[in-house]
Ligand binder design. Structure first.
Ligand code: GLU
Length: 382
């Protein structure tokens, strides 16, 4: 390649670490053909980000869409085992194509396939973070997808919007770009409401913003606007700004940089610590603890949740799982890593520590959720 690559100078200038999520509909056409020319234009955009000093990660969908065409699977919703087989076939082609188009710019790609457990379990999360961090340090571009061949319905992300946000938070990226088939977040679904307008900047994801996303799912993308807003919550809490922009044009990032349409979700000014962002961003929360008014006050003062304040335990969870904490009216107050299995939590709820030792037959932890493992909704800006 002889052309010199110039760094961005507009809205995309100055970022240090950028995650770009690319939806299936942008990558695959017809019966499983990759849009190679478009991928080349994205690779050039990646080179421009890197020329400005940013480390770049790609979260690329398209494995299933690609593989189903190659395997001549029927149209419509696929059975789980068919989509797993399709992903196995599609992922090879997808990774190869990214390696080649990035390679044209002298950029090395490294494939990472993640399952839900890799981001939800602390030890695996830390391992994944170390590997991806190493790749970035070595100057490579991690090309990430969900490991769809082994993911089953119960334990999968299913959409790459939230996966990309989880990765962005995990890697302390300062920007997440979701490239999709829509220019950004509209006040109402633009297909049905001609008066819908694009919202250029979202300072905070309020219930009103969430309501706007409600019905805006597009047929082509699996996630639709709802999972994009969920992704925004995971990202912004962790200090990562998020941009939604259309990828239906060549060089979509260059277009944003010269002022093309997009929605920017600003990062929280005071992001919670990486550990708390990890807790808050959990996709799965298998249990719910209901707490009394006294415990609500204690939590708001930054204290731990103790067993006497817990009035009800729902769900089936293990020690270390993320649970949701609600008040007596069922309003979510916090999320945290619970110190007891559900069975024990039920036995000791409402009890004080002297009784607990008798119940459990051994001294247990004093806290149901330690304050270091607890993230209040207030901390999340909503
Ligand atoms: N992981 C899926 C794939 O590669 C895509 C999920 C999504 O559409 O967000 O085909």
């Amino acid at each position: 390649m002889t052309t010199t690559i110039e760094a961005f100078t507009g809205p995309l200038a100055g970022y240090r670490r950028v995650v770009i999520k690319i939806g299936s509909a942008l990558l695959v056409e017809g019966r499983g053909t990759l849009k190679r020319g478009w991928m080349e234009s994205v690779a050039a955009d990646v080179a421009r980000l890197r020329a400005g000093g940013a480390g770049v990660l790609l979260v690329s969908s398209g494995a299933i869409a690609m593989g189903r065409g190659v395997l001549k699977l029927p149209k419509g919703k696929l059975k789980l085992e068919d989509s797993q087989a399709a992903a196995a076939v599609g992922q090879i082609a997808l990774a190869k194509a990214w390696a080649e188009v990035l390679g044209d710019h002298g950029i090395t790609a490294g494939q990472i396939l993640l399952t839900l457990g890799d981001t939800e379990e602390r030890r695996r999360y830390l391992n994944g973070r170390a590997t991806i961090g190493k790749l970035l340090k070595l100057g490579a571009v991690p090309v990430i997808n969900e490991n769809d061949t082994v993911a089953t319905t119960e334990i999968r992300y299913g959409d790459n919007d939230r996966l990309a946000a989880r990765v962005a938070a995990m890697m302390s990226a300062d920007l997440l770009v979701l490239l999709s088939d829509i220019d950004g977040l509209y006040t109402a679904p633009p297909q049905v409401d001609p008066n819908a307008t694009l919202i250029p900047v979202i300072d905070r994801i309020t219930p009103e913003i969430e309501a706007m996303a409600g019905g805006a799912a597009s047929e082509l993308s699996r996630g639709g606007m709802k999972t994009k807003i969920d992704a925004g919550k995971i990202a912004t809490v962790a200090g990562t700004a998020m941009i939604i922009a259309s990828g239906k044009v060549a060089a979509p990032l260059s277009r944003v940089d010269v002022g093309g349409p997009h929605s920017l979700f600003r990062a929280e000014a005071t992001p919670v610590t990486a550990r708390k962002a990890w807790i808050a961003g959990h996709i799965e929360a298998p249990g719910v603890l209901t707490i009394d008014a006294g415990a609500v006050r204690a939590l708001k003062q930054g204290r731990s949740l103790l067993p006497p304040g817990v009035t009800r335990v729902d769900g089936d969870f293990h020690r270390g799982d993320t649970v949701i904490v609600v008040d007596e009216a069922g309003i979510e107050l916090a999320r945290g890593l619970v110190a007891y299995d559900a069975v024990d939590a039920r036995r000791i709820r409402g009890q004080n520590s002297t009784v607990i030792e008798n119940i459990l037959g051994a001294p247990g932890r004093t806290e149901m959720i330690h304050r270091d493992d607890l993230v209040l909704k207030g901390d999340l800006g909503d």
